[in-house]
Every structure is written in C-alpha cells, then in structure tokens.
Design a protein. Sequence first.
Length: 751
Amino acid sequence: MKDTVHLGKRRRIIDGLEKVSGKARFTADVALAGMLHARPVLSPYPHARIRAIDTAAALAVPGVIAVLTGAELNGGRVAHSRPSMLLAQDEVRFAGQPVAVVVAASAAQAADAAALLDVDYEVLDSVDDAEQAMTDERLVWPQGVPQADSSLASLHGGEASVQGDETRSNVDERRVFERGDAGAALAAAHVVIENTYTNARVHQSYLEPHAVVAEPGRRPGQVTVYTSTQGQYAVRGEVAGALGLREGDVRVEPMTVGGGFGAKYGIVDALVTAVALQVDRPVRMILSRSEDMLTTMPAPSTSIRVRLGADESGRIVGLDVKAVIENGVFRFGHAGILATVMGGMYRCDNVRIETLEVLTHRAPVGAYRAPGVPQALFALESSVDELARALGLDPLELRLQNAVEGGDPTGTGRPWPDIGLKACLERAREHPLWRSRGTQPHEGVGLAVGGWPGGFSPAGAVCRVDTDGTVRLHVGSVDISGVHSSMVLIVAETLGIDPETVEIVQGTTDSGPFAPASGGSQVTISLSGAVLGASQQVREQLLDLAASHFEAHRDDIELAEGQARVRGVAGQGVTLGQLAQRGQRLAGGPGPVVAEGRAAIKGGAPGFTAQLVRVRVDPDTGHVTPLEAVCIQDVGYALNPLLVEGQMHGGAAQGLSMGLYEGQHFESGTLTNPNFLEYVFPSASDLPPLDAVIVERPSENGPFGARIVGEPPITAGAAAIANAIRDAAGVRVTSLPATPEQVWRLMQERG
C-alpha cells in the first residue's frame, strides 16, 4: 500500500479503557424494572425418562414466581439444535439438558428453589461415546433425527452440512471427499505412515458464562433480548425460529462479550425469551460455571486415522483419512471444514477423506475457533513429521516441497485463492529457534503448519459527520477482538482525521446495518469494504462542500488534520464540523454529510501459519515444559499490527493449551470436570514466551490486501507440541492432551 498515516500502524484498542476500568456494560449489568431471575434445572443423567416433576417445594420458597417445565414452555415444538432447544419434556438425551426453569425475585431465591425441585427420572441405557454409537443397536433418536434448515457450521465459514442418511443410525452423516485413487497410490508408495489420532472434547473456557436478559414488548410476541453474543442477527433468527415469532418482533441488543471463541450464538437465548414471554416480565439468566460447561457446546472429540504416503524424493502421493466426529445429540457440521483443510494443505493427486458424524447421549458440540481444524491438523501434521523421519528428510523442507499454493485444490476440490503457506515456512526456516534446534538434551523443537479458509459475507455501514466534527460510524457487527478499532482507522485514513474523533455506534438488529456474525474470521474482511465505501462517499461530500466554501476546484482541496483546505494556501482551513454545519443549513444545498457503504467481496482471503515450539520432557516423569513458541502468520496486510499480534498470541496459546492441558472427561456419559477447578487449562506461568511474526503477502480479495487473522493461530499449536515431544523424547503422542502420564507410559514402552 501507499504510505499511510493510520493504517498499518500500532494503535491501542478503542474500548480498552472502559474494560480495564470496569465501565464496560455486560449482560450481567442489565437491570430492568420488575426484572426476575431464572435458574435452570439440569438433568444429571445422559438418558432418562421424566416420570414426573414435583414443583411444590420449589414453589414454596419465598420470592418464587413460577416453576416452568416443558409442558408449559415447549408448545409442541421440536428442537433440531442446541439453540432451538427449550426444556426436556418426556425424555432427557444428555446430562446437562435443561428440564425446568425456576423464576424468582432474586437470583439467590431462584437457586434455592431449583435445588428443591424433585424430578422423578427413569434412568435409561445411554450411548456414551462414538465407538459405542457405531456398534450398539441403541439409537439416540429412534424416530429419526430432527433436521435443521441449515448448518451451524456455515456461521463460521464452513460448508453447510448435507442431510443425513435416511437409514436410521447413530452415524448421522457419512461423507466422502475424493480425488484420484488413494488406495492404489498408497500401495505403490515408497513409504506409508499410518496412525490413529484422538482428541478429547475441549471447552471454549471464556471468562464470562452465558448470560441473557429478555424483556417482553408492548404487544404479545414482541421481545428485546440483551445478550452476550457474537452474532445478533443469528440470535434473532434462532429465537424467532424456536418460538415461532416474527423476526421483526425480536429485537436483539448485543452486549459487551466476555469471551466467545465461537460458542456464543444464542445457546440459551430462546429459553430465556420463552420464560420472559410466559411470565410477561423481564427475566435474566446467568449460568453458573458448572451449568455453562454442562449445557453448552464444546469442540468435539475426534478419532482420525491417517494413511500418508510419499515416493523416494519426498513427494506426497497418497492420503487416506477416516475421521469420526462425536457430535453429541445434534449434528453440527464439522466434516466439510475438516476435509477442506486435511486434503488441502499439501499437493497430492490421490486423496480420500471419509467423515462420519456420530450421535451420542452427550451435550451437542459446536464451534471453537477454527472448528475442527486443530484436531484435523494434529493428525495430519503428526503424520507428515513421521513421514519426514521415515524418509530421512528435514521436516520443514518436506513441507515446503509439498505445500499448496493458489490454484491447488482444497480437500473438497475447490481451488485455493492466492495463499501464503510457503511464505510462512520460508520465514520459519530462517527463525533462530529452528536454526538452533537439537542442542540440548531432553529438549526438542516441533514444527507444524496450519490455516483457515475463512468466511465472507455482505455487509453495510453508515458514516456521518456531526457539526462538532465528530465522525460517527454505524455498524451492525459485534466487536469481540478489536475489529471496530480497525474500522476506526479506515475512516480516519480516508477522511484525514485523528482516530480519536471517530465514534463507533454499534446498532441492534433493528437499528444497525447488516453485518456478519463475528465468527470464522470474516468480519474484518467483510465489513472493511463497506466502511471504506461509506467513508469515501463522505469524503466526496466534504470535498464538494469545501470547494463551494472556498470557491475553488474540488481537485485542489485536501483533507488533513481534521480540516479541508486549498493546497498551497497557508493559514486557511475549515473544519469538518463546519462543513457538516454548512451542508445542514445551506438552503437548496446537499444536505447532511452522511453515506451508506455496502460491500460483498467476491472470494475469501485465507490465512496460513507456521508454528514452532521448543519443549523439555522430563525423562523420569514425562512432564512436558513448553519453553518457547513462535507463531508466523500471513495476515496479508496488518490494519493494526498491535491487535493482529494480540490475536496471534491468543490463538497460539489456545492451540498449545489443547496440546498439553485441556480435555473434558466423561464417566458413563456424564461430564466429571464441569468447572475451572477440575478442567485443566494453563495460567500465564504455564505458557512459554511467544514470538508473533507477521508476514504480509497481500490477498487478492481482502480489502487493503488484508487476510483473515483470528482463526489460523490456533490451528497448528497442538500438532507442534506433539512434534516437539517426538523430537525431545523420541515418542509419538497420538492422543491429546499430552498428559505427563501418557508421555511417561510411551517412554516406558519405548524402553
């Protein structure tokens, strides 16, 4: 890009001060007149029949207004996804499924009453895991799986899920993505690596649990929903669809989000809205930590068998994958995303990827930052590392030799646009961490690559200039990662003003221009074109007003430092506020300075990463200590490098955490670590120093050449950890997280 004043420069996040000072308004801060408090009652059993619910003791608690069950709330509607689910009525299908809601004048009263609710369950046999689901005759949905109109995965840039096989089975969906003849290619390969890799379920572990306030409107069916969400329009659609309401009657006001990572798309919004409409009072529900972990949508557990073959020169000739994705009680749609990346990281003419989406009596899974890709690349990148060892080749050079470029097919057959995978590997080759590996005993350096295709959607924005010189940008997007801070820079750059004079106005579903949900790394590349279009139109209006004011040709006018002035004429200038005032007051003039921008980019701007991790493995205990990590990422063009680096640090940390620490544990279908005391994730002292290296290889599709940023950094960390352990201890971890016990046992088996 040409020289810029604001874009491409490091600048603080615009809402940082209000967050660190405690002034940011979260859903839990919403207090409305007459507001009641709701507490869900969750099933302790993965599969049970509800014989009866005795509400007498709960109703006797002072302050209790109502105890609602499925009979009062469901209205005969059948849920097809977790967001559309209200209450279990006759049968419970996962431990953590809501069976009733207690509504009271205070949160404490609601909690006390919920503890007294007497639910008579008949415990039934359950399908507890994917292996049982594929071999057991018992079905999670004997009468057939409820079908959704669309896949939740599409909100994150993934491919919509196809309909399942009409044959009733716990394998809800089987898909095969294929090109060439993988079987024949592997039979003729010089070296074939075969292994099966498993991942535990992983929770998104956001600091703020799910929280919703619903307020009935003036007439029946109208409601305002205040919610911690990544996508207000998605929530509007879910609530309206689940309750049979008109979308126009559901107003969603997005609040500050205390962490989401793909999980906050209205999981309990329909339930809270139904309760509020039933009691005709505002109702607030804030899940406890345990409730949140029991009833929300974590990343799936997977089992992925990989067969990978190459010829003597190291050229990859065949890839055969069988991926089993454990979905819980509802389909999500990870298969297309998983296949896109697994079959699209390396050039290979012969690829077969079979995916099985399997149903169990567990809470349904959902999106977690690059959904499905960390799991997929743990399997693929571990196999590539073993392939390099078997061939006696440098693992980085093997990857460079086979890495995809623009025009090469993804795993689903679509061609990649221009991408920067090789550029990331070339930067990794020169990094000191890679060049200095192999110098310390019991230490190792692991390399893995990752990426994310990214989504993109149409978006709108409105820009206007007020008479005091404030420029207001109206958007309908939710800011969960500093996106709005970058939008401010676009406006400031276009109009020649200080970013401090630009104010973001985040609209509700009935006042903000449409924008995509903040998932799939799509908001920046989708919204920035609309923001640029709106601010460019405002610039043109200001130039016209200034030309009229100075009686000069508009080509001689420049906008800089918050003023319009004639080039070469010193000491004369008029502020943007004065120009706006002129436009609003001039009879027969142009009118207020305001413009709407719309944009719909034609293709994605995928982001790729190469990551390095150095670890020490204790030979006596198997304990793995991460010592140093590097995240190298092609971001196309960093609109604000400070915020880009923050995304890289955060995503890479989560990837490392998946590799070493995190996993949900189940016994007989019930989650046994539903809190932050027993669910292990790292503190700051458990993570190594992390070097974020920005590569800027401009995208042909992204505005200003920018690429997606948020998803790629999580995708390679777990694989890099596994490869570092292999380098340090000589053992191959095939199950995540890589606990000390697992690593120690592998070392004992090796001898």
